[in-house]
Design a protein around this ligand. Structure first.
Ligand code: SF4
Length: 368
């Protein structure tokens, strides 16, 4: 007899539209047009109703693209569509860009129970923002933060990019100080990756070299720790209790629904990815890629994902789940990493230090 499927309690929804396209962007996105978004919301509602069998959803994340690029009516239609799933949500996040998070949209967020907002800041230097085709200024970020707080939405993440062209180390530190002055609860810093088919790639912009990225992360970490933040995942810092509950579902190798163009999900033993072809998606011809996750794959995912966070891998749970005593099978290499300050082992939890998070690929290969 087949075992009962544990339905996911996390839901990701992708809104692929943006007001303009940033020069470095490799996400599944397209220019916003009212008529495109209208068609998209119809297809999205259908996928949501068909795929999401569990109404008892604990975490919701609406990302993009830029969800706030929808006009007010479409934005409300989206939040209304999600309402039947959000009743029991403990964390409900919407991504936003500063220039399109209007007061009316903030009031809609509040009305529909959204309790966390993630804002793409990327840089706090207006000339840099302009040079990468972002449409906001740092002053827009400040006013959006004020408006969110005036409407009692205080759980806010700010995103920053490390290694943008013409951003010196000093400017990066200013970015962190500027961001801290806004008192967010959570900060994400991603190192620039230059993908094919982006303006950056065409213009031969280079990614930051390893040493720059390492020194940048180190300096950011030190500034943020002094302000009470904890580095809990490779690119993420949070004040106590404000770690992203939704993203921890991914990093803890748990199941989640993914809805929308190019969205990924993980249900039962299948990881899937929706079509990235807009016309296919809105014509209800969503061609889905699937990966059957075998117990051995799941063991690898578990290690790879859990080692991304400071919460690490509980070796007793790991052994119960996969029948493998990781410490016994890799004692020498684990002991070496611990002695060198890359890993810690306390109360049967194997976790990376800050330095360990900087070389995770190597650690993972040695432990796989
Ligand atoms: S706003 Fe975000 S998703 Fe849209 S183009 Fe810029 S980086 Fe990409």
């Amino acid at each position: 007899m087949r075992t009962k499927i544990n339905l996911p309690t996390a839901l990701y929804i992708h809104i692929p539209f943006c007001e303009s396209i940033c020069d470095y962007c490799d996400f599944t996105k397209l220019q916003y047009f009212h008529s495109f978004a209208k068609k998209y919301l119809v297809a999205l509602k259908r996928e949501l109703n068909e795929r999401v069998q569990n109404k008892d959803i604990k975490t919701i994340y609406i990302g993009g693209g830029t969800p706030t690029s929808l006009d007010d009516k479409q934005f409300e239609a989206l939040l209304k569509m999600v309402e039947p799933y959000s009743k029991n949500a403990i964390e409900y996040t919407v991504e936003a860009n500063p220039e399109s998070l209007s007061l009316s949209k903030i009031k809609q967020l509040k009305k529909y129970g959204v309790n966390r907002v993630s804002i793409g800041v990327e840089s706090t230097h207006d000339q840099i923002l302009k040079s990468i085709n972002r449409k906001h200024t740092f002053s827009d970020v400040k006013s959006v933060m004020r408006n969110l707080r005036d409407n009692n939405i205080d759980n806010i993440n700010l995103d920053l990019i490390i290694g943008l062209p013409n951003v010196s180390f000093k400017m990066l530190e200013e970015d962190i100080k500027n961001i801290l002055s806004l008192k967010p609860k959570h900060i994400s810093c991603y190192s620039l990756t230059v993908h094919e088919h982006t303006v950056f790639y065409i213009n031969k912009i280079e990614e930051p070299d390893e040493e720059f990225a390492y020194q940048a992360y180190k300096s950011i970490n030190s500034l943020l720790e002094k302000s009470g933040f904890t580095h809990y995942e490779v690119s993420n810092w949070a004040l106590p209790g404000y770690e992203s509950k939704h993203n921890l579902v991914y990093w803890n190798n748990k199941r989640y629904y993914g809805i929308g163009l190019g969205a990924s999900g993980y249900i039962d033993n299948i990881r899937y990815k929706n079509s990235t072809n807009f016309n296919q998606y809105v014509s209800f011809m969503n061609e889905i890629e699937q990966e059957i996750v075998t117990p051995s794959d799941e063991k690898d995912y578990e290690l790879m994902l859990r080692l991304r966070t400071k919460f690490g891998v509980n070796l007793i749970d790991y052994q119960k789940k996969f029948g493998v005593d990781l410490y016994a099978s890799h004692k020498q290499v684990i002991d070496e990493y611990i002695a060198q300050g890359y890993l810690t082992l306390q109360d049967n939890v194997l976790a990376p230090t800050f330095e360990g998070m900087m070389i995770l690929d190597k650690i993972y290969l040695d432990l796989a």
